[in-house]
Design a protein around this ligand. Structure first.
Ligand SMILES: Nc1ncnc2c1ncn2[C@@H]1O[C@H](COP(=O)(O)OP(=O)(O)OP(=O)(O)O)[C@@H](O)[C@H]1O
Length: 791
């Protein structure tokens, strides 16, 4: 194969692959040993180790690797490969091995042998020159001939393109992704419109595209550049929770991104491209609001479905006196006397088609849900016992929540099956749900708990699947953090006033002397003074300087551990991943005391992290095919070596509440240690004991709703350690990052109420300083993928 002269100037090793030392198939990452045939490096050894991202490396095959030498502290000198080329196999055995490898699906050893027998040792180059030569080989159907020809070209094309991409500074990993997106047109596309990669290739940023565009002399106001800036800006803002961006703000942010300091792009030109994107349906302009289309349809669609469901009224089949009697019976049965607000909530939920129940911790939300279910069953004469229904009969009660733990809690308190919204809707793990407007849910009453966590998109998916004759009970605590995804559906619904709601304010658990609950309510009503942080049976604030906080957390946890506390019931919560007392640091330190390395205990390394059997871990993404969801906490119960299982790959097995899930090395990106987890991830969960460090160093994250969420996770005991002043400042700091949503307007529109309030008015535009906006990005990213911050 002819070599590129420029590439030849680089360090290279031509070598024959001996064997793989390590492989991550998902990432296409390999470390391999090779026999050196030729090199321009000063290497004395006959064999050498190469590492990098490869499409495939096959033993016995010859490659030319380009890159640089790195000296690994443990493994010695290796070639870090930046690009490589495979020499087409020349030997009979080489060709057979190549054609029957994974690269050519459907071609077995026998077919490969027939090809070499017929076409000889120049078989591969002959086929590449002319597909028709395969006609001579007996028994290869036309479509297979075409496939062989295409794959041969694709493989060679890929390597050629990788060499070219390396000149732009692209490593093999990103080059793989670029090639997967644009195939043989990759280089042409990069010349013509590098901005296309921003949307097609994960990890390809706008600034990178800009850099390439500059070397290609693309003008600053090139339409592709302006369009990419628009979509990139929108996507970033959606990550921060906004559903849309006002046009003016979009233009201002685009201007900043497009480098407003050195030169200014004519706003006319930006507007032209925004209009063009709108025409191409890649964005959607609704008056002065700029949306990504899917979010526009979710926001407006959600409003329409609310209206559709509310339009079909409840047929009142009971009198007030009957209701009084029914509730009276339940009070007797449950040995409880409902408070005024609680009674009003039960009554309204039964009378209204849709109803929202809100309230802080311990105000009786669960008690009221149970009351509503009982009363509903009584009125509609349907049993709450699922066993009383035949297979073909619909169970009238549908219970759901956004997280597995929240669903499980509701199931435990009501005795009725409750599942996550994703599972309820039959999510396929990508973009489709089995349940939708054409295949709706069945039942008479749906209860949706922890609704503050539901974002605009999921709310739309759920509500379109709710049939018009189903009654809806929405439950949540509006003072908690808003959803991680875009929108603030619960607070918008409450603000719009189109649905009746009752807010429970009287605290019942406080009567049992809970300081945790009192603290939560004091924070909610901004009544907190320094004295309120005094020690109680279930609460303690341990003051210490920032630098000591990790040690203090370790001591408390260790003490609890020694006392035999179930570590599943104890949770350390922190607001950020990277900090002197961040989640990563705390996990490392806590693992060292709770599950240290011991002889015989198995380990599996992933990047900087070492997993051991016995480790507490958390799942970071929804994985419906395995029945595990974002935020589920489990324990590593086994680690298997390659030769100990049929898959012949290293494996880590995690036991979650009701199932075991296997993780291959490549899957570990979806897992992390959970000795300490983020407050965002703890939403919807409760723990007997919560330990929360609060240091000055967290100051940018410390907000009232974040601290409130953390505190309300604790059921029996809460220990805060760190800086009282930082804590007090945090609970007085309102979250000023208001989200741009128009749900209130759309609800008012469909319910034909005169629009009085906009969710965010121009005056209270949550623009903030550039720093604040950057901070907002950081806050949101904190919870997307902590591995974003590694290396
Ligand atoms: N009317 C009442 N009379 C007496 N006790 C009550 C009443 N309502 C609720 N409780 C008690 O108060 C405690 C908290 O109630 P519940 O669990 O229903 O509240 P919650 O709002 O769901 O709280 P959380 O969100 O913290 O779980 C429970 O022990 C419950 O039995």
């Amino acid at each position: 194969m002819e070599q590129n002269s420029e590439v030849n100037q680089k360090n290279f090793i031509k070598g024959e692959m001996i064997h793989t030392i390590f492989e991550n198939k998902e990432e296409h990452f390999s470390i391999a040993k090779i026999k050196i045939l030729e090199t321009n490096l000063e290497i004395k050894e006959d064999e050498f180790v190469v590492k990098g991202y490869f499409r495939s490396l096959d033993p016995g095959e010859t490659y030319e690797f380009y890159g640089f030498i790195v000296d690994h502290p443990r493994f010695g000198k290796q070639l870090q490969v930046e690009s490589y080329q495979r020499f087409l196999p020349q030997s009979k055995e080489g060709i057979i091995a190549y054609l029957s490898s994974d690269l050519f699906p459907g071609i077995g050893k026998r077919t490969a042998e027939k090809i070499v027998d017929t076409l000889g040792e120049t078989a591969l180059s002959s086929i590449m020159d002319n597909q028709a030569v395969l006609e001579k080989v007996p028994g290869i159907p036309k479509d297979k001939q075409k496939k062989i020809y295409e794959i041969l070209h694709e493989n060679q094309g890929f390597e050629r393109i990788v060499v070219e991409l390396s000149k732009f500074g692209f490593g093999l990993k990103i080059a793989q992704k670029m090639y997967t997106a644009f195939k043989e047109n990759t280089l042409e596309q990069l010349q013509k419109d590098p901005y296309a990669f921003v949307f097609e290739v994960e990890g390809f940023g706008f600034l990178r595209a800009d850099q390439i565009a500059r070397t290609n002399n693309l003008p600053n106001d090139h339409p592709a550049r302006l369009k990419a800036a628009c979509i990139y800006t929108l996507q970033n803002n959606i990550q921060n929770g906004h559903v849309y961006l006002p046009l003016e703000r979009l233009l201002a942010e685009m201007d900043q991104l497009l480098d407003g300091e050195q030169y200014s792009i004519d706003p006319e030109k930006m507007s032209e491209q925004i209009i063009e994107l709108n025409r191409e349906k890649r964005i959607l302009l609704a008056e002065e609001k700029v949306y990504l289309p899917s979010l526009y349809y979710s926001e407006t669609g959600f409003a329409s479905h609310i209206k559709r469901i509310c339009d079909k009224k409840v047929e009142k089949t009971f009198t007030d006196a009957e209701l009084l009697r029914i509730v009276g019976d339940i009070e007797e049965e449950e040995a409880i006397s409902y408070g005024k607000e609680q009674y009003e909530a039960i009554q309204t939920a039964l009378l209204e088609k849709m109803f929202i129940l809100t309230g802080g911790p311990g105000t009786g939300k669960t008690t009221v849900i149970k009351g509503i279910l009982n009363a509903f069953g009584n009125i509609h004469e349907c049993s709450l016992d699922e066993d009383d229904y035949k297979d073909d009969e619909d169970f009238p009660f549908v219970l759901t929540a956004p997280t597995g733990r929240a669903a499980k809690r509701m199931q435990e308190s009501t005795g009725i099956t409750s599942v996550t919204i994703h599972r309820l809707l039959g999510w396929d793990g990508h973009e489709t749900f089995e349940k939708d407007e054409n295949n709706q849910l069945r039942g008479k009453l749906i209860v949706i708990d922890e609704f503050s966590m539901v974002d605009t998109w999921l709310a739309y998916q759920l509500f379109k699947a709710i049939p018009s004759d189903m009654q809806v009970l929405i439950v949540g605590d509006e003072d908690q953090l808003p959803s991680v995804g875009p929108g603030q559906v619960l607070s918008d619904l409450l603000k719009s006033n189109v649905i009746k709601s009752v807010s429970l304010n009287e605290v019942y658990r406080q009567k049992e002397g809970s300081k945790i609950i009192q603290l939560a309510h004091d924070i909610k009503h901004a009544k907190l003074e320094k004295e309120t942080l005094t020690k109680a049976n279930d609460f303690n604030f341990l003051s210490c300087p920032d630098y000591q906080v990790v040690d203090v957390v370790k001591k408390i946890v260790h003490k609890a551990y020694e006392k035999g506390v179930d570590l599943k019931q104890l949770q350390v919560l922190a607001p950020m991943y990277r900090s002197q007392a961040g989640i990563h640091k705390l996990n490392e330190e806590l693992q060292a005391i709770l599950n240290p390395r011991t002889k015989g205990k198995r380990e599996m390394r992933f990047g900087e992290v070492v997993y051991r059997t016995g480790d507490k871990v958390i799942q970071l993404v929804n994985q419906p095919e395995d029945g595990v969801y974002n935020g589920d906490i489990g324990q590593v119960v086994a680690i298997f070596e390659k030769d100990e299982n049929v898959e012949q790959e290293e494996q880590l097995v995690v036991e979650f509440e009701d199932r075991e899930v296997k993780y291959l090395r490549g899957d570990l990106i979806n897992l992390m240690h959970a000795y300490c987890t983020s407050i965002h991830k703890s939403q919807g969960s409760e723990f007997q004991i919560v330990i929360m460090p609060v240091i000055k160093g967290y100051y940018r994250m410390l907000r009232k709703n974040l601290l409130y969420t953390a505190i309300t996770r604790a059921k029996r005991s809460l220990v805060i350690c760190g800086d009282k002043e930082a804590f007090m400042r945090g609970i007085k700091t309102e979250d000023t990052n208001k989200r741009f949503t128009a749900l209130v307007d759309y609800l008012n529109e469909v319910f034909q109420i005169e629009t009085k309030q906009h969710t965010v008015t121009q005056d209270e535009t949550p623009t903030g300083t550039a720093d604040e906006r950057l901070l907002a990005v950081e806050i949101e990213q904190e919870d997307f993928s902590p591995y974003d911050f590694m290396e």
